[in-house]
Every structure is written in structure tokens, then in C-alpha cells.
Design a binder for this molecule. Sequence first.
Ligand code: AMP
Ligand code: ZN
Length: 123
Amino acid sequence: MENCLFCKIAEKKIPSTIVYEDEELLAFKDIHPHAPVHLLVIPKTHIGTLSDCSAGHAPLLGKMLALAPRLADEHGVAVAYDEDGAPQRGYKTVINSGPDGGQEIYHLHLHVIGGPHPWRHER
Ligand code: AMP
Ligand code: ZN
């Protein structure tokens, strides 16, 4: 898609700090992080928004979501349980959709946001 920032990032025409890549997906660091860990997972193919997806996109969407815990683990924010079984650490997975959903870039992306508190710049 011409003039799509994230298509250009996927094509490596614009630099980004890539943390994961396969045939279908790219994950990179958000340029304006809202927390110590702020990653974006995108499909390499252009999809404008979650509302452009239907049941046929379920495998791709599932892959995007399933990547989040792996990235969280690699960046030290995966949920772990202490000796009493209480959950520790953690992260948010967010997809903003449309203007009322706070979407600024119209290429589907999943935010993975986490890190040690205090941080309160939640979207
Ligand atoms: P959203 O509001 O859900 O559309 O989020 C768009 C995100 O893209 C924001 O968190 C921006 O900081 C991020 N962003 C914009 N330009 C870039 C870029 N060149 N590289 C990495 N992240 C970017
Ligand atoms: Zn695009």
C-alpha cells in the first residue's frame, strides 16, 4: 500500500528496531514508548484496521496475538507466579480501531505494552 508508514517499515524502506520477523509478521519497538516495553506487531500485508478483518483473518490474528507472550517473555515482562502462586509482572495487548478507538496509523497493529511500574501512560 502506497504511503502507508507501516507497509514501508515492513518493506524496510523506513528504519525500525525490529524485534521479531517471519514471513507474515513483523514486530518492532514503538518510536514513542508509553512504558518501558512498548512493541508493535503488524502483518506484513496491508490491513487498514481490525474492522477490515473477518473470519478468514482468524489465523493471522491468532498468530499476532500468540506472538505477544513470546515477545513479553523475551523482554522480561511475561507473567510469572511467585512461590505463593501470585501473578507477577505482565503487559497489555491493545488494538486501537478507528478514530473513536484512538487509531492513528491505518495499518493493523497490536501494541504489547509492559514493564515495571510505576508507569501510567495507558491508552
Ligand atoms: P495507534 O494510535 O494505535 O495507531 O498507534 C500508532 C503507534 O505507532 C503509536 O504508538 C506511535 O508511537 C507509533 N509509531 C508511529 N510512527 C512510528 C515509527 N516510525 N516507528 C515505530 N512506531 C511508530
Ligand atoms: Zn500498510
